[in-house]
Design a protein around this ligand. Structure first.
Ligand SMILES: [Zn+2]
Length: 64
């Protein structure tokens, strides 16, 4: 696998930081009563703040 260079589609910056969003903003699986939410990992341009992509930390929780 190649180590791809990420570039911000907004400003062209290539310094991409990672952020973890948790706590009250956690995402919970729809329709599941007993379960904890997952934190979301964001990849953020450190120049303009644009969020390039987001994904949940534990995607298997969201399987039907
Ligand atoms: Zn940017």
């Amino acid at each position: 696998m190649k180590n791809q260079i990420e570039q911000c589609p907004k400003c062209g910056g290539n310094e991409i930081g990672k952020g973890r969003q948790a706590g009250d903003a956690a995402v919970f699986p729809l329709g599941k009563i007993i379960s904890l939410g997952s934190a979301i990992i964001h990849r953020i341009c450190t120049h303009c703040g644009y969020v390039i992509e987001s994904h949940v930390e534990n995607p298997s929780k969201y399987k039907g």
